[in-house]
Design a protein around this ligand. Structure first.
Ligand code: FAD
Length: 521
């Protein structure tokens, strides 16, 4: 097998699939895409409601956060490990982010990342059954409306909607409530794997190397020229004539940079790693959208607790509809925490099922969940090395609700009260029989026991123009040549919502930035 490439892309997740597809589109640029996981062969990847069944499977890195210093609690952190990455086990919500999210990046010095700069790529990536005619879009990523929203979901949407809200939450920063737009086609998950990577694999200039863990980047004279991998116990070095794009995600990318000698010098030396470039920002600025899940009992007997009933199985097999075609997080609402706040900073996510034990435990009873989410958290954590072994998981300090003035905890409390008040409004209240959690528990104690994230980690290889930035606005790693990072880790601040499409946009734009940065010789 000839593995000499122009570019090596590390990680076939949302960004890596988009980058590899875009780099090889000309039929000439040779790309080797290295992925630790395998092809997404499990039926639970394709069946929308099955994603939580992939948690702790071989398709999941299944990280745990370091215990919180006060409560000693670890939070479960699923991350996709397959061609398609986390887009193969995500909840499939399709969202653009607010225009102001990107304008903020540009205002912080990241030229070329304003809303008007990125919107054309977001639109190009979209394809859609119902939504495309609305927005005139056509592209490889599906954005469809949900096949069969549950009656409780439509009741939630009606209870939480706002007069005059636009027909879609995409394209503006409006308050309101909507049925989720999803990356589905014909009632099945349709991710970056289906829409971008699978078709591109027909190209002779794209090769994937699966079940391969990238262990370090090879540098010659301050320039990335290759990648060391371990595959089936064997070590191998791959050469890259023009450079390496690291798309290993918010945890994998800082880990690989640090293992390769790029990161905080003292930390690297403590693990016996030779410093190639002292970049103190690598692994810093970790943030995610914190989520707490109030649950409510319902008199209905058709929640997703019964998703695997024979009737639902038959309905899905014959028509690709019903409970198994649900993405679980079926509706979405956005609100401002206070009147003066510029854009919605609270999200409520509705699921017609009891979301229990961070999605790891089956529902006990028929119930629904109104998850409360902070879209602009102030708290920050960090990713560091546990040791110098590339096969060890990194140390992940999530720092949830840890901001010194307590404003995240305060906003979360307001979000939970909002969830409660919507559960008490008609028509949703007609089917509600009581609150299961937090119930009578002290809210702050309950948050300590229950807080998790909505699985959107980012920021750990921050793009910027200051000294602690890791990559420049061209996504090039500062101070070395031929090396780019492109994935959720580069976002200076997370977009206000579900980031998958944004991350695909980052991957696609990285392809042109790398091609310009390292022109064919
Ligand atoms: C459970 C869950 C639900 C979510 N729901 C939604 C949603 O509904 N909507 C939405 O917009 N977003 C959602 N997200 C978030 C979204 O999927 C992610 O933000 C996005 O997929 C991140 O893309 P990425 O390219 O940064 O990383 P990933 O997609 O995680 O890709 C990283 C890839 O790199 C590989 N890798 C890592 N380290 C190495 C190494 N050393 N060697 C080789 N390969 C390596 C990994 O195996 C993986 O395939 C969800 C995520 C999860 C986990």
């Amino acid at each position: 097998m000839n593995r000499e490439a122009d570019f090596i892309v590390v990680g076939a997740g949302t960004a890596g699939c988009a980058a590899a597809e875009a780099l090889t589109r000309n039929g000439r640029t040779r790309v080797v895409l290295v992925e630790a996981g395998e092809r997404p062969s499990s039926p639970f990847v394709a069946i929308p409601a099955g994603f939580a069944k992939l948690f702790r499977s071989r398709f999941d890195w299944a990280y745990s956060s370091e215990p919180d210093p006060i409560t000693q609690r670890s939070v479960f952190i699923p991350r996709g490990r397959m061609l398609g990455g986390s887009a193969g086990l995500n909840a499939q919500i399709h969202q653009w982010g607010y225009p102001s999210d990107y304008d903020e990046w540009a205002e912080a010095g990241c030229a070329g990342w304003s809303w008007s700069d990125v919107a054309p790529t977001l639109r190009d990536l979209e394809a859609c059954a119902e939504a495309a005619p609305l927005r005139g879009a056509k592209g490889p990523l599906a954005a469809a409306t949900l096949a069969s929203p549950h009656p409780l979901t439509t009741a939630f949407q009606r209870a939480a909607c706002v007069d005059g809200q636009p027909p879609s939450y995409n394209g503006s920063a409006s308050e309101g409530a909507w049925i989720s737009e999803v990356t589905h086609r014909d009632g099945r998950r349709f991710s970056v794997w289906d829409g971008l990577l699978k078709p591109a694999l027909k190209r002779h200039n794209l090769q994937t190397v699966t079940s391969a863990i990238a262990t370090s980047i090879v540098f010659e004279s301050g320039r990335a020229t290759g990648l060391r991998i371990v595959r089936n116990g064997w070590e191998e070095t791959l050469a890259a004539r023009r450079g390496v794009l690291v798309c290993a995600g918010a945890f994998g990318s800082p880990q690989l940079l640090m293992l390769s000698g790029i990161g905080p010098a003292d930390h690297l030396k403590a693990h016996g790693i030779t410093v190639v470039r002292d970049l103190p920002g690598v692994g810093e600025n970790l943030h995610d959208h914190p989520m707490a899940c109030p649950t409510f009992a319902t008199r209905r007997r058709d929640t997703l607790k019964a998703a695997e009933s024979p009737a639902n199985l038959i309905r899905y097999i014959l028509a690709r509809k019903g409970a198994l075609a649900s993405n679980v997080a079926e509706a979405i609402a956005f609100r401002r925490s206070a009147p003066g706040v510029a854009a919605p900073d609270i999200e409520l996510l509705f699921a017609p099922v009891e979301w229990r034990g961070e999605g790891l435990l089956p529902p006990r009873q028929h119930a629904f969940t109104i998850a409360a989410i902070l879209l602009r958290p102030h708290s920050r954590g960090r990713v560091t090395l546990r040791d110098g072994n590339p096969q060890s998981s990194p140390r992940i300090d999530l720092g949830l609700l840890s901001d010194p003035n307590g404003s995240d905890r305060q906003t979360m409390t307001a979000a939970i009260q909002l969830a409660r008040s919507i559960a008490g409004r008609t028509p949703l209240s007609l089917d509600t029989t009581g609150e299961l959690g937090p119930g009578a528990a002290d809210l702050s104690d309950w948050l300590d026991r229950e807080i998790q994230t909505v699985y959107h980690p980012g920021g750990t290889c921050r793009m910027g123009v200051d000294d602690s930035a890791v990559v420049t606005p061209s996504l090039a790693v500062r101070g070395v040549g031929g090396l780019w990072v492109a994935d959720a880790s580069i976002m200076p601040r997370l977009v206000s919502g579900h980031p998958n499409l944004t991350v695909a946009m980052i991957g696609q734009r990285a392809a042109s930035l790398a091609a310009i940065g390292a022109p064919a010789g």
